[in-house]
Design a protein around this ligand. Structure first.
Ligand SMILES: Cc1cc2nc3c(=O)[nH]c(=O)nc-3n(C[C@H](O)[C@H](O)[C@H](O)COP(=O)(O)OP(=O)(O)OC[C@H]3O[C@@H](n4cnc5c(N)ncnc54)[C@H](O)[C@@H]3O)c2cc1C
Length: 484
């Protein structure tokens, strides 16, 4: 029976059951268990199916949110997943890692006053994608005939996977070159198992391979081939660059070169991609810190801190120079970190890392900050407070203050325009200044989000299609339309 708006309004948001903090802080199993079908239906009934569907414009890939939620309310779970996939090829991933509270849920009418009361769009997306996968209901869509064009994609992160998935469904041959031995980019080397189980990434990449996307692993472009070689030697018609921004940044303070100081990139790659958390089953060693300090306030910092805890740290402290409400991490990750008793030293920044005679980190000296005038990002600028130093002991420091562009591709493609930070310059559709070379994701924007990288991939796929079709209008004209 159809519910009235009043009845829908009366339903409270459904949270997800989770592993309790004192159990999960020592294992790498996923934290939330996911909705039951009954919970999903009840949550879907909260959607008011508004005339002005702001949630769709809050989503960078414009998933038809009210429509998929209506299917959930009717218990048509696999149909809902298939509908999402018309716009988003990685729904089980996005349902887990998108910052919904600043995207679709932020503009949900039910969350206007308090975003935690919005319809749980992310939880529902995750539920239907899991339901479809776990019940073996994933379908391989029918593909059009091949159009004869070959596209090379550099990097198998969310942006590269999206370009390849979109183009193969338009009749192109799509080949991905990936530097690592596994696909997924940050989804496999950055985000830990307890947030995003790797079998889900494997399955979603497997679905793209079933469509015919070819992936060559251990293939570093810039070394194996240059971008121009992909045209001239390999015969590709267009190239998409989606190599991310994984080059670590360190702080310029004394002690950064001590033993026990890691970039978050190395720390998480060792644990996630090289599986050091399963040592000795996997033979990647890891230095286990007892008192760990993590520098930064984004998802990377939360992931590093929570990984350190699970690897056996007795105490983990996050040091962040701004306030809690300015942390760029997803709200759920900050909340989970707090529940797991990670200590937060906010409005604080290190000025020195202390070491012992053997060259190992032993402690940190920090300065306190206060919030001043807004900076160019609109956030209040942190201003150091004079003579406000404090110290604490730590034997491991993980630096998670952001990444930057890896210069390998841009250095070996000198005629491609980059900005002053080394990020590739593109138009709104991902076109670089080089003909038939496109780029998107973090290598264009700097560190951003999974869904924005996917949105960039989607736009570039459209541009590639448009440009190649324009170029070959004559040759592609069906025989019966040919001019006599
Ligand atoms: C630890 C961590 C946690 C995060 N958590 C979240 C989150 O919760 N939610 C969210 O939305 N975003 C999160 N992000 C950000 C998000 O993951 C990125 O914005 C997104 O992955 C960018 O996608 P991409 O495809 O541009 O690049 P990437 O995911 O970085 O993928 C780039 C790929 O290109 C490959 N590559 C690089 N150079 C070459 C080369 N020369 N030849 C061949 N291959 C190459 C790399 O190996 C990699 O596989 C997180 C980031 C990190 C690091």
């Amino acid at each position: 029976m159809e519910l009235t708006a009043k009845e829908r309004m009366a339903i409270e948001r459904h949270g997800m059951a989770e592993q309790p903090p004192d159990l999960r802080n020592r294992n790498f199993e996923e934290v939330p268990y996911g909705y039951t079908p009954e919970e999903a239906v009840a949550e879907a009934q909260r959607c008011l199916n508004c005339k002005k569907r702001q949630c769709i414009s809050g989503c960078p890939v414009e998933v038809p949110i009210p429509e998929f939620i209506a299917l959930v309310a009717e218990e048509k779970f696999a149909e809902a997943a298939r509908l999402i996939k018309t716009k988003n090829v990685l729904p089980a991933i996005c349902g887990r890692v998108c910052p919904q509270e600043t995207q679709c849920e932020e503009v949900c009418v039910r969350g206007k006053k308090d975003v935690t009361k919005a319809v749980a769009i992310g939880n529902l997306e995750r539920f239907v994608a899991d339901y479809e996968r776990e019940n073996n209901l994933m379908e391989v869509p029918e593909l059009p005939d091949k159009n004869g064009f070959k596209i090379a994609v550099i990097g198998s992160g969310p942006s590269g996977l999206t370009v390849a998935g979109d183009l193969i469904q338009l009749g192109y041959e799509a080949t991905i070159y990936e530097a690592f031995h596994l696909g997924g980019g940050v989804l496999v080397y950055g985000i830990p198992e307890f947030r995003l189980p790797k079998k889900i990434v494997e399955k979603e990449i497997g679905a793209l391979e079933d469509l015919g996307v070819k992936i060559y692993y251990n293939s570093v472009i810039g070394r194996l081939y240059k971008v121009d070689d992909l045209f001239n030697i390999m015969g590709f018609n267009a190239v998409y660059i989606g190599v991310g921004a994984g080059l670590p940044i360190f702080l310029n303070v004394p002690g950064m070169n001590l033993n026990g100081v890691f970039s978050a990139n190395e720390y998480l790659t060792r644990s996630n991609l090289m599986k050091s958390y399963l040592f000795p089953k996997y033979r990647t060693p890891m230095v286990i810190g007892k008192k760990v300090a993590v520098l930064g306030g984004g998802n990377v910092a939360m992931d590093s801190a929570r990984t350190a805890l699970r690897l056996g740290a007795e105490k983990v402290t996050i040091v962040y120079r701004r306030a809690r409400e300015q942390m760029p991490a997803r709200a759920a990750e900050v909340h989970h970190a707090e529940e797991e008793k990670i200590e937060f030293r906010l409005l604080s920044s290190p000025v020195e890392i202390y070491g012992n005679e053997q060259g190992w980190a032993t402690g940190m000296k920090c300065q306190r900050y206060e919030l001043g005038e807004p900076d160019e990002s609109g956030r209040q600028r942190p201003v150091p407070i004079e003579n406000s130093f404090f110290e604490f002991d730590c034997d491991q420091v993980i630096v998670a203050i952001g990444g930057q562009a890896n210069p390998l591709i841009t250095a070996t493609t000198p005629d491609m325009k980059v900005n002053k930070w080394g990020y590739i310059e593109v138009d709104d559709w991902g076109r670089t200044n080089k003909e038939f070379v496109y780029a998107g994701g973090d290598i264009v924007t700097g560190a951003a989000t999974v869904i924005s990288a996917m949105g960039a991939g989607r736009r570039a796929a459209k541009a590639i299609h448009e440009d190649l079709m324009k170029e070959t209008d004559e040759t592609l004209r069906p025989p019966d339309e040919e001019v006599e």
